[in-house]
Design a protein around this ligand. Structure first.
Ligand SMILES: *Cc1c(COP(=O)(O)O)cnc(C)c1O
Length: 380
């Protein structure tokens, strides 16, 4: 069977591909060498490998899987999601302009704001889940990058990627999508028109809360992409071979994990929506979500595993509910096989996160156990 034709489940279960010719192993080897030898005529023994900063076989194997999963031409791994975001924004010229979705992953907003200030880059922040609002901002003049995040964190807003692409095109910008909360299993932004998709592979792609990483995948190899590639190789924001190997290993079960997590999340969302001590649930899988229809079209495999809910009462009640949870770990991050709960207001008091909002990342545990934990924490 041709590698190109493999469906995601098959591609992932065999991520890393062919049998290792040297050992016969069914998983790829880790090559920790930082430098690679040359022959008597000074030719590299392996044409692909000269020095480990730009050349890392296992990272290339993981990149090939991610590029194929997203339907892209190429992928580049970075040592964290933020490093991937920074690599893209560093291509924006001094004095340029970027349009960034508001109410997204806080550290993205914070870093982009600081960066734009240093570079005299104009930044327009807009609720891009409102397609008309995004189009209106794009219509005000040319820009370099439009950055959206869908579903957004922690508001779980869904941005219409195809509409965002039209808006970005109208102002000559490339459209980049942070698809971390969706995963490559549930949405493929490049297939919907985006130019670049970004993931924090720290989250569901690795899935085991034990490796930091980030990836950019491009639809086409453009001059901007080549600039990112050259900059990574020489500025050195690379993922090491051990991390890349763990990532590849984690990816092998991604399709299974996402399937279970999506199923658990849907059950939990219904439970919370009906619970008398819950004010509202923010989850695009629920019919009550304002963008439920868009989510169904854009995320046909399910609305993900991330959701927020507002507890009735005040800040103290919300903190008490989080404090009583036994299975959900009280920790930041998302996408791991273990369920997590976060009181976002404590982390980001300066943003307008409601004090009663709890964000949960639903893991791969038994749904009944998770529901029982939420039930006892809320008080039945
Ligand atoms: C975690 C996260 C990031 C940043 O990724 P790191 O790997 O922590 O650097 C960016 N965007 C979203 C949506 C995230 O969840």
């Amino acid at each position: 069977m041709d590698f190109e034709d493999m469906l995601p489940e098959t591609l992932l279960a065999q991520a890393g591909g062919a049998i290792d010719q040297q050992s016969g192993g069914v998983v790829p080897p880790i090559q920790p060498a930082t430098t690679f030898a040359r022959d008597e005529n000074y030719n590299p023994l392996n044409q692909n490998n000269i020095y480990a900063r730009p050349h890392n076989d296992v990272a290339r194997q993981a990149e090939a899987v991610l590029a194929q999963l997203e339907g892209g031409a190429a992928a580049l791994l970075f040592p964290s999601g933020m490093a991937a975001i920074a690599a893209l924004f560093r291509t924006v010229p001094t004095g340029g302009r970027v349009i960034v979705q508001s109410g997204i992953y806080w550290n993205t907003t914070k870093w982009i704001r600081d960066f734009c200030e240093r570079r005299q880059i104009v930044i327009d922040e807009v609720d891009a889940s409102d397609a008309a609002a995004l189009a209106a901002v794009c219509a005000t003049g040319p820009a370099d990058v439009v950055w959206v995040e869908t579903p957004s964190n922690p508001w779980l807003k869904v941005t219409d990627v195809a509409a965002a692409k039209k808006a970005a095109e109208s102002c000559g910008a490339l459209l980049a999508v942070d698809s971390t909360a969706a995963s490559p299993i549930l949405t493929n932004p490049l297939k919907l028109g985006a130019d670049i998709v970004m993931h924090s592979t720290t989250k569901v792609i690795n899935g085991h809360s034990d490796v930091l990483g980030g990836v950019l995948v491009t639809k086409e190899v453009t001059p901007v992409w080549e600039e990112i590639e050259v900059d990574r190789a020489s500025a050195g924001a690379v993922m090491g071979p051990f991390e890349a190997w763990l990532l590849l290993r984690g990816m092998r079960t991604m399709a299974l994990r996402v399937e279970r997590m999506v199923d658990n999340a849907m059950k939990i969302a219904h439970f919370l929506e009906d619970h008398p001590k819950v004010d509202s649930v923010l989850f695009p899988g629920l019919e009550s979500h304002p963008q439920h229809e868009l989510a169904k079209a854009q995320m046909p495999g399910g609305a993900g595993f991330l959701m927020s809910f507002l507890v009735k009462g005040g800040k103290e009640t919300a903190l008490q509910v989080a404090g009583k949870m036994k299975l959900f770990h009280r920790a930041t991050s998302l996408g791991g096989v273990e369920s997590l709960v976060e009181h976002r207001h404590t982390i980001e008091p300066h943003t307008s996160i409601p004090e009663t909002l709890l964000r949960i990342s639903v893991g791969a545990e038994n749904a009944g156990d998770l529901i029982a934990d939420l039930g006892q924490a809320l008080g039945q």
